[in-house]
Design a protein around this ligand. Sequence first.
Ligand code: SAM
Length: 487
Amino acid sequence: MEDYNPNKIIDEARQGEALVLSPSSKGEGRGEEGKKMFLESYGCAMNFSDSEIVASILAGKGYSTTSDFHEADLILVNTCAIREGAEQRIRGRLKEYNIAKRKNPKLMIGVLGCMAERLKEKFLEQEKIVDMVVGPDAYRDLPNLIERVEGGQKAVNVLLSLEETYADISPVRLDSNGVTAFISITRGCDNMCSFCVVPFTRGRERSRDPESIVNEAKNLFEQGYREVTLLGQNVDSYLWANGKAKKELNLQGFQNLEGFTTFAQLLEMAANVSPDLRIRFSTSNPQDMTDDVLYAIAKHENICNYVHLPVQSGSSAMLERMNRGYSREKYLERISAIRRIIPDCGISTDIITGFCGETEEEHRDTLSLMEEVGFEFAYMFMYSERPGTLAQKKYKDDVAEEVKKTRLQEVMALQQKHSAERTKQGLGKIHRVLIEGVSKKSSERLYGRNSQNTTVVFPKGNHKKGEYVNVLATECTLATLIGEVVK
Ligand code: SAM
């Protein structure tokens, strides 16, 4: 993608290793007691959103953020465990912090998030510079853990919770463009896809009180934000049931019961905050995405016509081994439903190449599914075996590295062709664009995204960040539309 795109947070995070978010200058200078923290996030958008909760908890304890780790009293790394490469990158980064720690022995280093949860106390043994290991459900305990470290001890809290949603914490927005923001709506995951470490690092799925979600959206809108992305590992499985965990309920006929909120209803509640507040969401799941959700998108102009629906593989036998809970046919049926109910919807996906036992024919099934759907965009990965997952226990990671790589290249080449075709289809059309900032390539141009999540670039004129404009697309690159503002 040519120009900066806040969804890059999701894009790059999904590539697993590329994203490093340091606090923005906006958050700097908040602390009253002059203590500085450097907070860095790797991995998915959920992690980024969690870092904003951490920043809020520690701002209450006098910590301001800094974008220079050399001047920090506390370094926190919010980690990702989704693939081996993500973990290696974090270990490399810890070596850099070691230099700062040698200069300042009082510097405290804490590891947060999924890798912390996966490795627990072992992290302290493996990486001597780490003082503190904190899992995703234990951030409220950070002030106590820091005190323990200040007292000369090492500190660990990796307890997972069945209830924690941090619903009452107002996140400090980090690296914000002031226009787009994330709101977490669920935590954890109950899906147990056989390749995935998330259920073990983020715990059981829980939904957040809808009122707190809508209030967060209202507050953001009042502060000038114009787009929120509702986040969860599986947003379609969102269910608020008067505080009861979804799994505790007999769900038959739950739509008719008072006090229950489904994801489709939550989307509508968020859309009703203001017609000028755009709503996006990630990630959808083929086994749970109902037509009700699609009808909610179609009904509200301000719910973006964009669905990220990970397929992982085009082979039903592979999907069975992956424990995805749907077949190729069921996935394609969901795609037909999207196209029928929201004809101009952008659709993106996630694909894994070289999962356990993948035959050449199964790989071809993935390519043929891609041809059938023609995704706007895809996040593509080579399978990386993760300790403790169902796949690691049940199957052999038996596809040679070279084969995984060749298949990934084939999948990427095909996707590039589809992305280019999809972008071209936007030419000659008028796109409603929310302006997110100045183009990286030219200070004379602004950029934003259309409803389908494609980046659109156009001359600045008198327009400003946070405004909506209609842009007639006249040119394009592989993934960016370029045009002129029209009335
Ligand atoms: N909850 C979402 C879902 O299941 O559809 C996304 C979870 S994950 C944070 C994002 C993506 O990483 C997955 O959709 C999958 O394609 C990829 N992924 C997860 N585990 C992986 C593994 N062990 N090796 C390679 N890619 C993996």
